[in-house]
Write a protein of this length. Structure first.
Length: 119
């Protein structure tokens, strides 16, 4: 499975940005697609995930009211809409795939996309 993330960039505080991830290859066993982020000097954080087939979702509690994960129009694509962005949202965002929502089961990763929120 290959994951291709896109959509990062520079945005002002309070703005919005949407990340996209497309999966290709043998995706049948990896129905959960998620987003993680890692800020400089910090540990990786599990942001959100979605079961592409069922639509069920997971959110990190502090982000669920600002971030929205959704299935894309194309099969095996997901988007992460990020609203009311804050400087502390600055990080490299990674797309990943898993057979479950468990963080430890995300073993297929895409390249990161940098999100920078300026104050």
């Amino acid at each position: 499975v290959q994951l291709q993330a896109s959509g990062g960039g520079l945005v002002q505080e309070g703005g919005s940005l949407t990340l996209s991830c497309a999966a290709s290859g043998r995706t049948a066993s990896l129905s959960i697609m998620g987003w993680f982020r890692q800020a400089p000097g910090k540990e990786r954080e599990y942001v959100a995930a979605i079961d592409w087939s069922r639509g069920s979702t997971y959110y990190e509690d502090s982000l669920r009211y600002r971030f929205i994960i959704s299935r894309g129009d194309a099969k095996n694509t997901v988007s992460l809409q990020m609203n009311s962005l804050k400087p502390e949202d600055t990080a490299i965002y990674y797309c990943a795939a898993s057979p479950t929502f468990r963080e430890a089961d995300f073993r297929t990763w895409g390249q990161g996309t940098l999100v920078t929120v300026s104050s």
